[in-house]
Design a protein around this ligand. Sequence first.
Ligand code: NAD
Ligand code: IPM
Ligand code: MN
Length: 359
Amino acid sequence: MPAYQIASIPGDGIGPEVVDAAIQVVNKLAKTLGTFQIEFTHLPWGTAYYKEHGQYMSEGALDTLRQFDAGIFGSVGAPDVPDHISLWGLLLAMRGPLQLYANVRPVRTFPGTKSPLNTATQGIDWMLVRENSEGEYAGQGGRSHVGQEWEAATEVAMFTRVGIKRIMRFAFETAQSRPRKQLTVVTKSNAMRNGMVLWDEVAADVASDFPDVQWDKMLVDAMTVRMVMKPESLDTIVGTNLHMDVLSDLAAALAGSIGVAPSSNLDPTRKNPSLFEPVHGSAFDITGKGVANPVATFWSAAEMLTWIGEKDASAKLMQCVENVCRTGILTPDLGGSSTTRDVVDAVCAEIEKLKASTS
Ligand code: NAD
Ligand code: IPM
Ligand code: MN
């Protein structure tokens, strides 16, 4: 029987609440199906760890992660530490150095969720592909004359042909694997005349290898309008690290709630373990209240199961989660009054029912 070792990094805020929920349902699934084994190892990285040790992760953290088949991450960010310290101390210290260059963010209107768009009669079904290793998140730039009147700061977006090409190929392949075979490439190549123009050029190059994929280009500002006004005209979408960060929150809200939005940080070469996490953050306003929606992390865990080779188990998990949402067991972000615990219990009860169908 296959056995998987998974790193669990719950982090801060509601991270521990939703990761704990996901581990419970995945363990229940593995036990019920009996077709694979899975073990989660807790890594205590986050703001509490930082306050004790002066750094967000332990020494040799990346090598520690490399011992696992994959990782599940909650969120990082605390009210009393500047966000750029916490994020560059943990999440961004994993994505870039591990070359998890493809951030995949599926977005669809989920049973029990309601799009705020009147036009979305069919619901939303998009696949967002975010470049996850360079661009505006390259960490380049600096400040001079700090605190003085003439202080200056630069934030340099760095794009490489190799980096663009690999995410573009990934996006075209993703589009090709979906029924509509349609890709929209998002840039800002009217105002940004270097990196964004290189994106356009590479997109055209790569497109010639995918004649069966219908593709078009959008400027990011106009893209926000299209997402709201013509959601049905979109399928797979690819863009830079920052553009897709913003568009993925918009997409999640348009589909119904950020509380259900999953993401996969993939190394498609499989040299490094990939990392699966909800799109949302620490959610200070609801931390400790027991009402965080665990669905985004369930869905991220399902994406992880697919990635490590348990496609059937992944589909079953999603079916169970959707059944629960359909029956109205929903957290407050989806208009319900259920707690995280209620949703976990209901999903576990659905998983229990699989026993009857598998035995
Ligand atoms: P956020 O995603 O934490 O919260 C935005 C809003 O969405 C809040 O009202 C929150 O209650 C709600 N929300 C988020 N997840 C939810 C869930 N599962 N169920 C129900 N409601 C949910 O974004 P923010 O407020 O901008 O960020 C808070 C902190 O988290 C900051 O420190 C930020 O840097 C960090 N952050 C971390 C990550 C990450 O680690 N991946 C992602 C985004 C933000
Ligand atoms: C996300 C988050 C992160 C990002 C932050 C917290 C650094 O917003 O995963 O979408 O910008 O990538
Ligand atoms: Mn974001």
